[in-house]
Structure formats: structure tokens, C-alpha cells
Design a protein around this ligand. Structure first.
Ligand code: UD1
Length: 363
């Protein structure tokens, strides 16, 4: 009877937890609990995903909210420790690379509870990214490393992780995409925004390296000025990016871009529809590089590196950094090149969560 506490906290966690909760139902011996750390708390950053993806209500919400990295991580740890002591689970399962992931993994392992890490082994090799630190540390203390793409296997092997702890299960985020795509196509978001399929680009931007430095953010706006003159750019804006626009005095520049349309963060289904019918997606997100690969939509990643290299070798993704000339040149290439049939990375077949549940049920 494995009792599993499943952790979610921030927006990119919810679509990874959803298929796991469904897969556990096929294993009546698994007793799952959901703990929401409260890292993301706005309705459009959290609650909408539970509703749209049919995730059961969290059994517990730690309500930590925002703070510096140390404060947020420490708050999650001190609030999660008594939960583990009370429930004595067999496993704590964490997903991805956010502060909630490392905080809960660290608490569990010190209390002698085994940790399963979904999306293990990804490496950007950029220790300036908070997520890279979270990935390295979480993998170092996890008992079961559940890998989404071949590079993860290679990275863990090179780091000397024992092979029996590592399992290549595929990509749970893609489970959710495949499960939801038809539903997403029925949303009215294009009508609501007055958009025609392939008649717009989509932008997301929230990495500290892109939106905390006025010079870098300004360079991205230079590129967007050119791109939005070609085809309008729909920009569902993350709360930290919105806050920075005001703080860095960039709001007037953004307002001047006629072709750039700021919208509030969208629900999962609406955003999936928006991506599926976009001409080009520009992003600094990790998950969106994977989703566009499966959708077969061009993705330009506004970073110098990616922890998801399979999206470059078997997908539609290109790294373009933050130099306006390079971004615009890559954009123009995408606009001229017809989209082919999407190539599907190994085990991105919609069954990753089933494989994980099967493994956990046996352990
Ligand atoms: C976090 C993750 C990042 C992930 C991103 C997706 C870490 C280190 N980073 O970054 O990997 O890609 O989530 O969104 O865990 N805020 C709100 N409402 C909310 C949540 C946040 O207004 O519901 C604002 C607050 O001003 C907060 C800021 O956003 O200070 C940043 O939130 P935080 O969770 O610290 O990091 P993200 O940038 O969202």
C-alpha cells in the first residue's frame, strides 16, 4: 500500500501532477495525497488548472506565497515537515524544478522518506538559473529518478547516479497535452481575441535573466518591435514580468508597440489552443519548448541554453538568445519555412504517468 504525497506549487507543476492522479486510479493499492505549497496562489496561476485538468482538490495547502528564494524555500520546508511527520508517507513525489520541488524533496529525505523526482536529469549547465540549482540538488537526493528525454539519462550517468535508480518513463507534460488537445480546440479563445489561425505569434517571458535586467528586456523589446510589425504578438503576461515592466520603466515602450497585445495569464486549455494555431511561439519557458515540439509549431527560445535538447534535435525549437538581430533573423526563417509533420521524441506518447504509477505500485 504505497502512500504517496504528491507535491505541486507553481504553474508548470499542475499539468505534470494531473496525469499522475489519473494513472494512480488504475492502482488501487496506491494511496495518493496532494499537497499544494501555495508558491503560486493567483486564481489564474493555480486554481484554473485544477478545474480544467480535473485535478482533485489538494488535501492540504501550505499557503507559503511569494518571497525571496531563501524565504520561500524555507517557508515551504518548515510548513511541510510536520505534514510528513504526521502522514508518514512511503514516497514524496516531486515534479520539475521549482522551489517547491527542492524544498519538499529535502524535507522528505531528511525524515527518511523516499523521494521520486519526475523530470529528473535535465540540465541547462547554467548555474545562474535558479531552476538548474533546484534540478541538481533534487536529483542528488532522490531515490527514484524518472527521466523524460534521453539527455536526462546521459546526464545522470555522467554524474554517477546508480542505474537502478533511473527510469526513462517519458514526458508527463505531454500526457496532459495529448489528453487535452481536443478539448482545447473547442475553446473560444481565438474568437474572443479576434485571431485567425496562423495569423498571430505568441510570446511568454518570465525568466529573471530576461525580465530583471532593463538592458536585456530592452533588447527583447527591440526584436518584438520588428516581429510585431510583421504579425501581431499575443503576450499573456506573467505577474513577475508585469511588475518588472513598471519597476524598470519599460511600460511606455511596450505600450507603443501597436502589434503587441498584452493579455492576462490564460488557462491551460486556452493557452494550448493559442499555441496550437500560432505562426511562431517566442518563449523563455521550459515546458513550452516541449509542447510546441508535439504541436509542430515553430518555437524560438529566448535563452542561450536549454535543459530540453531533444526539442532542438527532434523538435521545432531553436535557441535564439536575446540579440535582436539573431531573434529577427530566426523569426524570418520560420515565417518562410513551411511546417512539417511533427516528430515525436521517444516515449512522448501520452503514457508516461502510467509507467510511473506502475513503477511506484511495485515498490
Ligand atoms: C516559478 C519557477 C519557474 C517557473 C515559473 C512558472 C522557481 C525558482 N521558479 O517562477 O521555474 O517557470 O514559476 O510560472 O520556483 N506572483 C503572483 N502571483 C502568483 C505567483 C507569483 O503575483 O500566483 C508574482 C509575485 O510577485 C512573485 C513573482 O510572481 O514574487 C514570482 O513568483 P515565484 O513563484 O517566486 O517565481 P516565478 O517567477 O513564478
Amino acid at each position: 500500500m504505497p502512500r504517496i504525497i504528491n507535491i505541486c506549487g507553481a504553474r508548470p507543476n499542475f499539468m505534470k501532477i494531473a496525469p499522475l492522479m489519473r494513472a494512480y486510479r488504475g492502482h488501487p493499492n496506491i494511496v495518493p495525497l496532494i499537497v499544494h505549497t501555495g508558491q503560486h496562489y493567483d486564481a489564474n496561476m493555480s486554481e484554473v488548472f485544477f478545474r480544467q485538468l480535473g485535478i482533485p482538490e489538494p488535501d492540504l495547502n501550505l499557503e507559503v506565497g511569494s518571497g525571496s528564494h531563501a524565504q520561500q524555500t524555507a517557508q515551504i520546508m518548515s510548513r511541510f515537515e510536520p505534514v510528513v511527520q504526521q502522514h508518514r508517507p512511503d514516497w514524496v513525489l516531486v515534479v520539475g524544478d521549482v522551489n517547491s520541488t527542492i524544498a519538499c524533496a529535502l524535507v522528505a529525505t531528511k525524515l527518511g522518506v523516499r523521494v521520486a523526482h519526475v523530470e529528473a536529469g535535465l540540465r541547462s549547465f547554467d548555474r545562474g538559473m535558479p531552476e538548474e540549482i533546484n534540478r541538481l540538488l533534487t536529483d542528488a537526493i532522490s531515490d527514484l529518478l524518472l527521466v523524460s528525454e534521453p539527455s536526462g539519462l546521459e546526464n545522470l550517468r555522467r554524474e554517477g547516479v546508480a542505474a537502478e535508480r533511473v527510469h526513462f518513463v517519458g514526458n508527463v507534460m505531454i500526457d496532459t497535452l495529448r489528453f487535452s488537445l481536443e478539448h482545447a480546440r473547442r475553446t473560444r479563445v481565438l474568437d474572443a481575441l479576434g485571431l485567425a489561425p496562423r495569423g498571430y505569434n505568441v510570446l511568454t517571458l518570465h525568466r529573471p535573466s530576461n525580465v530583471d535586467d532593463p538592458l536585456v528586456f530592452g533588447r527583447l523589446l527591440d526584436a518584438l518591435e520588428r516581429i510585431s510589425a510583421d504579425l501581431q504578438v499575443v503576450f499573456p503576461i506573467h505577474p513577475r514580468t508585469r511588475a518588472n515592466l513598471a519597476r524598470l520603466g519599460l511600460q511606455p515602450r511596450l505600450d507603443a508597440l501597436r502589434g503587441l497585445r498584452l493579455v492576462e495569464p490564460l488557462g491551460y486549455l486556452e493557452f494550448l489552443r493559442l499555441m496550437a494555431d500560432a505562426a511562431v511561439v517566442l518563449t523563455d519557458s521550459g515546458g513550452i519548448q516541449e509542447e510546441t515540439t508535439i504541436l509542430g509549431v515553430w518555437c524560438l527560445t529566448l535563452r542561450e541554453n536549454t535543459e530540453r535538447p531533444v526539442t532542438l534535435t527532434s523538435g521545432t525549437n531553436t535557441l535564439v538568445g536575446t540579440d535582436p538581430q539573431r531573434i529577427v533573423a530566426a523569426y524570418e526563417r520560420c515565417r518562410k519555412t513551411p511546417l512539417g509533420e511533427p516528430r515525436v521524441p521517444e516515449k512522448w506518447d501520452g503514457r508516461a504517468a502510467e509507467r510511473i504509477a506502475e513503477l511506484l505500485a511495485k515498490m
